[in-house]
Design a protein around this ligand. Structure first.
Ligand code: SF4
Length: 333
């Protein structure tokens, strides 16, 4: 096992294996991740897509071990980061990791800026925590550099959040996430609620992270257009599992897709199409408190077979393009 972990740590920055996460409420147990597998290589840009409630944010919170206390529990599986299994690590270890080696941009993060502290001081606080040996002058220079990188004039660092537009505040939050030059950035809907011009600027900036710091980015989003433009690889998540994973070309090429991915792709508006309506995916996301024994997508799938209701599908792989579906076992197995 130790040898296995070492060889994988050379290949992958992050290697999530068979992760199970549950939320325990007064009324029910919500099975949020149900055998979630994902690998992220150094410097790559991976898009994580799927409907609300699919488990994307839970995956990111699990990696950082920030699941809601007492309610959220990792019940099985491992999160290998380098040679460490983050599931097993102490809180002291995680404190050293969060914000320094792994950063996260949370949904609506700009609302969490402190309104009575200047943006420069808020960014500096990250360095105070993670680079205590650095002089004040060095920290100040680093803050200026990161502000320049996100397109905010360093001369404005003494100003307060209310003096900036929404797009600028989001870039300040990104500056906070990047100031410690992390190896991995988990970005949860970083451009939602921003207009398209600012969205393009932020994606462009995140795209340059690989050249600057060799930072890997996991971009969590509903927006397949953003994924197609920004990412190297895509993982499609449904009911707490990755159901399809491949390069952008493999997944968006539409030659071979999981039925759920087909549904997501059919929901993208196409300006050249003459179709009067988009084709929505029928039905609702499966109830995560009562998962079926077979495929979780069965009730919504036009290709559902008897075996789909009885047995969970296995992953089928061709040229690194992985699809979790009985259909491909039948066709290609
Ligand atoms: Fe559809 Fe069966 Fe594939 Fe599930 S396993 S997506 S029900 S064909």
């Amino acid at each position: 096992m130790a040898q296995d972990i070492q060889s994988n740590s050379e290949k992958f920055l992050l290697d999530i294996r068979d992760l199970h996460v549950q939320y325990h409420t007064d009324d029910a147990v919500v099975c949020a991740l149900n055998g979630f597998n994902l690998q992220v290589r150094r410097g790559e840009k991976l898009g994580l897509v799927g409907e609300t409630g699919a488990g994307k944010t839970t995956m990111a919170l699990s990696v950082l071990r920030l699941l809601p206390e007492k309610i959220g529990k990792i019940t099985a599986g491992s999160i290998l980061y380098g040679e460490d299994d983050l599931v097993e690590q102490t809180e002291a270890f995680m404190l050293g990791l969060r914000g320094r080696r792994i950063s996260m941009i949370f949904q609506d993060a700009m609302t969490s800026l402190n309104p009575i502290v200047s943006v420069g001081d808020q960014i500096m606080e990250v360095l105070d925590l993670h680079a205590p040996g650095m002089s004040r002058h060095e920290k100040s220079e680093r803050v200026d550099r990161i502000l320049t990188m996100v397109g905010i004039p360093p001369a404005r660092k003494a100003e307060f959040p209310y003096q900036f537009s929404g797009g600028m505040k989001q870039r300040i939050v990104i500056a906070m996430a990047l100031i410690a030059e992390p190896e991995l950035l988990l970005a949860d809907e970083p451009t939602t609620a921003l207009d398209v011009t600012i969205q393009a600027q932020i994606l462009d900036m995140m795209g340059r992270l690989k050249e600057q710091f060799n930072t890997a980015v996991v971009l969590i989003t509903h927006d397949l257009g953003v994924v197609a433009e920004f990412c190297d690889r895509v993982a499609v998540v449904y009911a707490g599992k990755v159901v399809e994973e491949g390069t952008v070309e493999q997944v968006f090429g539409r030659a071979r897709n999981h039925p759920y991915t087909v549904g997501l792709l059919n929901c993208i508006p196409d300006l050249e199409s003459t179709a009067a309506r988009l084709i929505p995916i029928p039905g609702q996301m499966v109830d995560p408190t009562r998962l079926p024994p077979g495929c979780a997508f069965a009730d919504r799938c036009a290709h559902c077979m008897d075996v789909c209701r009885r047995e969970p599908p296995e992953m089928n792989e061709r040229d690194g393009h992985r699809i979790l579906c009985h259909l491909f076992k039948e066709r290609e197995g």
